[in-house]
Write a new protein. Sequence first.
Length: 427
Amino acid sequence: MAVQTVAPHPTSSVDLGPAAALSCRECGHRVPLGPVFACEECFGPLEIAYDFSAYDVEELRRRIEAGPANIWRYAPLLPVPADVADKPNLNPGWTKLVKADNLARELGVTGGLYVKDDSGNPTHSFKDRVVAQALEAARAFGFTTLSCSSTGNLAGAVGAAAARAGFRSCVFIPHDLEQGKVVMAAVYGGELVGIEGNYDDVNRFCSELIGDPAGEGWGFVNVNLRPYYAEGSKTLAYEICEQLGWRLPDQIVVPIASGSQLTKIDKGLRELVELGLVEDRPYKIFGAQALGCSPVSTAFKAGHDVVRPQKPDTIAKSLAIGNPADGPYVLDIARRTGGAVEDVTDEQVVDAIKLLARTEGIFAETAGGVTVGVTRKLIENGVLDPTLTTVVLNTGDGLKTLDAVAGTGLTATIRPNLESFREAGLA
Ligand SMILES: *Cc1c(COP(=O)(O)O)cnc(C)c1O
Ligand SMILES: [Zn+2]
């Protein structure tokens, strides 16, 4: 296993704002900030440890509210330098929190239903949030090439961020991805490499490359920069609470690929409570998977603490990680908060994409179909309480997964006259 990668420049004096060190999630062992991701003591994942001790809560709230309309309003809570907003970055975030009253009526939710619509990010998925953090870490550590293993959306986000910031990029994807995602990843001019295999094969290949001289000077956003990358998902939690008027939602439905997003949303919510920015009250986190790649929901339902890998076969390709690194942590969080992990079939994913489009005018990618479909199923099963405030994540844009709704199209084709219009039953 590649534990330590060598950065081109010494990293002792790196300025990543309030980030103080890396700390092992399993054993608490601390190491200085650097491009490392696994604990040298126990191989557990490393996370950012912060020093927030100097913050006054009212002053912090004012500073955030006066900040830019993107994730950098939360710079005091992220591993980035204080002047991050002045650096070339795609500046994602501050996406819409849509009050979904029509969908609520359809699903029988009375406590307030919201869709956090991350299709509004620069490359039309939530991945811009995490890449923005990794880019700042790559800059701080002196990397010149940005890379990743991707299920599709990450490749586009890395390509675009590298283009803006003047990095070289070379990204790796499974060879059989949706055309929309391949084009989105390639158009920014970086190198895009298809690997004959699934995402888990791509990921294994990247781990090998990191340990090889060929990968020297490369920042893999979701491998050797993973501790920094992962923190970007906290901004979803921050935005949702601020957009609700500095209030925790009661229930939140989150898609699961590696499980990183879900675990960091929980971390973000807990930080807001600890800082005093929101009132401490119970919240439940629900995880959503597609049945064709459901290692975490399978473990949840079986009462297991470990996740048995699966071979993915689903249209929800952005979530198709058969061996999710953060799976066990997702199980912990769902159980600790009183949530659940559920899955839906590909057919239910498609139905849910159409339901969200028809009710709220939001065209979600398959991952959004997964969360909306799981929300519906959890309500039907009496697991999700329809009388409570509920936030459902849509993490990507339907234009990237058009194949999922193939067959949706013309109502009729007519000649350009009124007779033909009437004949078609449209009058
Ligand atoms: C990557 C991704 C996720 C979440 O991925 P995690 O690995 O669980 O953090 C969710 N939705 C979309 C569309 C994605 O591309
Ligand atoms: Zn450890």
